[in-house]
Design a protein around this ligand. Structure first.
Ligand SMILES: *[C@@H]1O[C@H](CO)[C@@H](O)[C@H](O)[C@H]1NC(C)=O
Ligand SMILES: *[C@@H]1O[C@H](CO)[C@@H](O)[C@H](O)[C@H]1NC(C)=O
Ligand SMILES: *[C@@H]1O[C@H](CO)[C@@H](O)[C@H](O)[C@H]1NC(C)=O
Ligand SMILES: *[C@@H]1O[C@H](CO)[C@@H](O)[C@H](O)[C@H]1NC(C)=O
Ligand SMILES: *[C@@H]1O[C@H](CO)[C@@H](O)[C@H](O)[C@H]1NC(C)=O
Ligand SMILES: *[C@@H]1O[C@H](CO)[C@@H](O)[C@H](O)[C@H]1NC(C)=O
Ligand SMILES: *[C@@H]1O[C@H](CO)[C@@H](O)[C@H](O)[C@H]1NC(C)=O
Length: 577
């Protein structure tokens, strides 16, 4: 396993000083803020280098090819690994422009935001003969438009008064209507693919992923709240409930399934590709819409993840039926998990996993797509790094939660790597092979929507000062508003996160003091509550056999020490005591 020792760098030292000396504190805060200012400028330059090159060489096509300075109409290729059924006559949907809208606002560029909104209002249409992936189109196009619509209409008046007549919302509604046909299945689970003009193709594949069915609720729910048309939220909620009903007795889900039969296809799953945003959206839907139903699902799902996938700071995959480990692999997408754990309040676990991911980043220079933990080697065909945002995202959440300056250094290191290895004259290029740093001719739209945005917010969070936001899985901010809440979740009300910044907004979008384990607040470490899965210690042997109590770990839900039974199994034998 790649587990280099943690380095006690300047960051940790600075943290220490913060606690013991006030004069030192002001000095360090000054250096800290000068550094943040410098780094936020660096990230701003990165964003504009990517954006201006996209506009010059690719717009209004979907994405930039930075090495050849040309474009790709990639909306129909996203998630389409075998590049099947590509359209003959599709000239793109300005995907990277849509994805850049909220980042332009975060960086305070209202003039360019306005120009982009006007262009899209007049020129964008979804009435195109292109087969697209519902999940990808939802998070990138629908999410990008909805977030920009909300930002265009909020009280800060970013647009010239009178020129904005909800055009982005009309585009979003049009797109959402085109999505509805996907849900017309016996199970209510949506097809993974639709043709934007003609609906679900004849003989379309019925296979989809857990993420594909389970991470539509934020965008579709927001669309319903904004338009008053309940169909979008209802369709995605029905799909989510159906998906949840397919969980195993261990509260685990698989990775792929059939939308017509409602049967699982791939029983092994983890927290990475194909599943990741399912967990993310349960938690975030709870924050955005306030419904306890989402929290109850999330709570059970999260506990099962900690119980069956976690191994120290790492997460492997397991079979949903048995909980037995299947694949011991670290994937780049898993790096979002610590950020989600921050929303839950599980800071210690988030910190330790994030550190391991960062050590892997340091070792290779960037985060490889897949690393085989059991064989301590890169996956032979997945050595690439396509400018993914997940590590920067988690770093932002951890910094917001702890204000530990060490995370600024992590961000600095990420910025350095991106500029050293991926910046080219025509934009930012994906890394094809992290061992050679050979580049690939593709600048993904999420580099502008997420990677640059999260890094910028790490160094300059003025955008977050007056309003609480939930970021979608594509990094598009949705404000947390009381008007969207069925009721204020009790878990938040208890903790007085309600010091309202404006009447439209209720809660600090964080649940840092939420208890994940009901009993854990009684276990105190150094006087501070030990929250959540920090209490979970695996049994010494994977088959739970034991000779003495010491062979057994600590049970997750109750945080009680497991004991060795007379039959030689670890367990909580409370009934027999
Ligand atoms: C796409 O562009 C080509 C070349 O400019 C043009 O012939 C074609 O009609 C366009 N397709 C659509 C759907 O606009
Ligand atoms: C943060 O960014 C805003 C614009 O988005 C700018 O006005 C402000 O000066 C920046 N703050 C710092 C400390 O750089
Ligand atoms: C906004 O973006 C445009 C296009 O990149 C750029 O020319 C302009 O300088 C930017 N304005 C600000 C205030 O950053
Ligand atoms: C729409 O596209 C056309 C053709 O590229 C362009 O001339 C026009 O200015 C665009 N509309 C807006 C509002 O930018
Ligand atoms: C659908 O599949 C059937 C059976 O494989 C085949 O005969 C038919 O031509 C297919 N239709 C289309 C539109 O591909
Ligand atoms: C994170 O982990 C490091 C290394 O174990 C430790 O020094 C630091 O205090 C931790 N930070 C938090 C916020 O738990
Ligand atoms: C809740 O927070 C507000 C604003 O920070 C504060 O004025 C109030 O006293 C707090 N209420 C309680 C019960 O702590």
């Amino acid at each position: 396993m790649p587990t280099p020792k943690s380095k006690i760098g300047f960051g940790a030292l600075a943290l220490l000083l913060l606690f013991i000396s006030t004069p030192a504190m002001s000095k360090i805060s000054y250096r800290e803020s000068a550094k943040k200012k410098y780094l936020s400028e660096k990230v701003r330059e990165m964003f504009y280098h990517a954006y201006d090159n996209y506009i010059a060489h690719a717009f209004p096509h979907d994405e930039l090819k930075p090495l050849t300075k040309t474009y790709t109409d990639s909306l129909s290729e996203l998630g389409n690994l075998k590049l099947e059924h590509l359209p003959q006559n599709y000239n793109g949907s300005a995907l990277t422009l849509i994805e850049s809208l909220s980042s332009l606002v975060v960086m305070g560029n209202n003039t360019e935001f306005e120009r982009a909104v006007l262009w899209l209002s007049e020129n964008l249409t979804f009435d195109v003969d292109a087969r697209i992936n519902l999940f990808e189109c939802n998070i990138r196009a629908l999410g990008g438009l909805l977030s920009a619509h909300i930002l265009a209409t909020d009280s800060t008046n970013r647009l010239v008064l009178g020129m904005y007549k909800n055009q982005l919302l009309s585009l979003a509604e049009d797109l959402g209507r085109r999505f509805l046909c996907a849900f017309d299945t016996p199970t209510g689970l949506p097809y993974a693919w639709i043709n934007l003009k003609y609906g679900v193709m004849e003989n379309e594949t019925t296979e989809t992923s857990t993420s594909g069915c389970g991470s539509l609720i934020l965008e579709m729910g927001a669309l319903s709240r904004l338009t008053g048309d309940p169909r979008f939220e209802a369709a995605s909620l029905r799909a989510l409930r159906k998906l949840w009903s397919m969980r195993s007795s261990l509260d685990l889900l698989g990775t792929t399934l059939d939308v017509v039969t409602g049967q699982w296809i791939e029983y092994s799953s983890g927290i990475g590709a194909g599943v990741d945003s399912f967990y993310e959206y349960l938690m975030k839907a709870h924050v955005l819409f306030g419904s306890d139903e989402f929290w109850d699902m999330f709570h059970s799902a999260y506990l099962a993840v900690q119980k069956y996938f976690r191994h120290g700071p790492w997460y492997h995959e397991a079979d949903m039926r048995t909980g037995k480990a299947t694949y011991w692999q670290l994937t780049s997408l898993q790096a979002f998990w610590p950020g989600l754990q921050i929303l839950v309040g599980d800071i210690e676990a988030a910190n330790s996993s994030h550190r391991e991911f960062f050590h892997v980043w340091e070792r290779f220079g960037v985060l490889p797509e897949r690393y085989l933990l059991d064989r301590e080697m890169l996956h032979p065909t997945e050595k690439y790094y396509p400018l993914r945002p997940e590590l920067a995202e988690s770093t932002l959440y951890l910094y917001q939660a702890t204000k530990d300056p060490w995370y600024i250094e992590v961000g600095e290191s990420i910025v350095k790597s991106l500029n050293t290895y991926t910046k080219v004259e025509g934009g930012f290029a994906s890394v094809k092979d992290v061992t050679t740093m050979q580049l690939e001719d593709h600048q993904h739209s999420f580099f502008l929507a997420e990677t640059c945005k999260y890094l910028y917010l790490l160094f300059n969070d003025s955008f977050l000062a007056n309003q609480n936001y939930i970021f979608t899985t594509e990094g598009h901010p949705f404000p947390v508003r009381s008007a969207w809440h069925e009721k204020l979740p009790e878990t938040y009300a208890l903790n007085n996160w309600t010091s309202a910044k404006d009447e439209n907004q209720v809660i600090r979008a964080s649940a840092m003091s939420l208890q994940v384990c009901p009993d854990t607040l009684t276990l105190r470490r150094n006087g501070s509550p030990s929250v959540g899965s920090a209490c979970h210690v695996l049994d010494a042997r994977a088959d739970h056999r034991c000779l003495v109590d010491e062979d057994c770990g600590i049970e997750l839900t109750t945080c009680r020490k497991r004991t060795c039974s007379l039959a030689g199994y670890c367990g909580l034998w409370l009934f027999f005591l």
